[in-house]
Design a protein around this ligand. Structure first.
Ligand SMILES: [Zn+2]
Length: 356
């Protein structure tokens, strides 16, 4: 099973990212480009770095010859990169200038931290690739863990409530004043998964149940392994390169990996859900929904894959709902966002009508 890294961003898109190993920040001794000092070592460093920038992001096409000489093509490449990334377009890159910072940021190397005050990054100095664990994320995770448990418990309860009304042949809606809670739970189940539209609704229903059971097990294991330090499943991200890419990220099926298996390109345990700093800016309901989405990926694979049928938008936003409703029921039961939606609405049916 690939331990690919699924990143969920604050705009609610969720994509597989393949982080390249962190690279050292490009450091030059003197300016390169128009009226620059143009030391051959510096020029080669800049030419090589520009070549690593994809054409769509302002890199040169075709790539520059890495020869240490500033000619018209190198000047044009610097200018083109500046036009894409910075306001000042002077065809020159200075050792402490914005263009170099933008180039390092584009390449996912580690200059932003240096720019924030880790000064003295002399030539050849390795700037840290990691952030310290953020205590604010830890506090947030502890607070959210309670709400995540609540919504998963609510989902499990809704499923138990409707269980005996779903047979192999059909989903039956009971009448009578004492069964209003069953009707409400069925309505929520249908809003999320539409299994009533499947000829044989029982097997998909059982799959949904299993996914939520596995989520509960994953959450409980958190406490078995570390009863006093709850956040061992949800942990703060420390990889600088992931911060601009994600609000949270995890592996698909991480719950079933052997301990010690690592996420592709990140080299961190695959059996975790990583929470980034930009998650802190999101509203709390979004945070809960996003982490339930990640949790659904985390238990993917047994019995069914939980993927991103929907790449963008959140079901909890009313304007996105029609698009999400249009997805085939067979795909809804494999969609992380639909699991998240069901759990959030199971706990607070108002989201069904109000959105968040
Ligand atoms: Zn996802």
């Amino acid at each position: 099973m690939a331990k690919e890294c699924l990143a969920f961003s604050t705009d609610a898109s969720c994509v597989v990212v393949r982080p390249s190993p962190p690279r050292d920040a490009i450091v030059i001794a003197a300016s390169v480009g128009a009226a620059g000092a143009n030391k051959p070592t510096d020029v080669r460093a800049i030419q090589g770095a520009l070549n690593d920038v994809p054409g769509a992001n302002g890199g040169p096409t075709p790539p520059l010859k890495v020869d240490g000489i500033v000619g018209s093509k190198t000047l044009a490449a610097i200018k083109h990169f500046q036009q894409t990334h910075v306001k000042v377009v002077d065809s020159r890159i200075d050792p402490k200038g914005r263009t170099l910072a933008a180039l390092n940021a584009e390449l996912g190397s580690t200059v932003p931290i240096a720019a924030q005050g880790l000064t003295g990054a002399a030539q050849g100095t390795r700037v840290p690739e990691f952030l310290p664990p953020d205590p604010e994320i830890l506090a947030t995770v502890v607070r959210l863990l309670g709400r995540i448990r609540e919504v998963i418990r609510a989902a499990t309860f809704r499923l138990a409530t409707v269980d005996r009304f779903i047979t192999n042949q059909k989903l039956s809606v009971p009448q009578g004043p004492f069964l209003a809670n069953v009707r409400e739970s069925l309505e929520i189940l249908e809003a999320a998964f539409s299994i009533g539209k499947i000829n044989n609704p029982r097997p998909p229903f059982d799959n949904i149940k299993r996914v939520f059971q596995n989520m509960t097990v994953a959450l409980n294991r958190t406490f078995e392994t570390a009863p006093l330090i709850a956040p061992v499943l949800f942990v703060p991200n420390t990889h600088i390169s992931m911060e601009p890419r994600a609000a949270a990220y995890t592996s698909r099926g991480g719950a079933f990996f052997k301990p010690g298996e690592k996420l592709d390109g990140i080299n961190e345990p695959a059996d975790r859900i990583y929470v980034c700093r930009n998650m802190l800016k999101a509203p709390e309901d979004f945070q809960v929904a996003a982490l339930v989405h990640e949790l659904a990926h985390f238990v993917s694979g047994q019995p069914i894959e939980v993927v991103d049928v929907v790449k963008q938008g959140t079901m909890l936003k009313l304007r996105d709902r029609p698009r999400f409703n249009a997805i085939r029921p067979e795909d809804k039961i494999r969609s992380a966002e639909h699991y998240s939606f069901f759990a959030m609405v199971a706990k607070s049916p108002k989201f069904l009508v109000e959105g968040i």
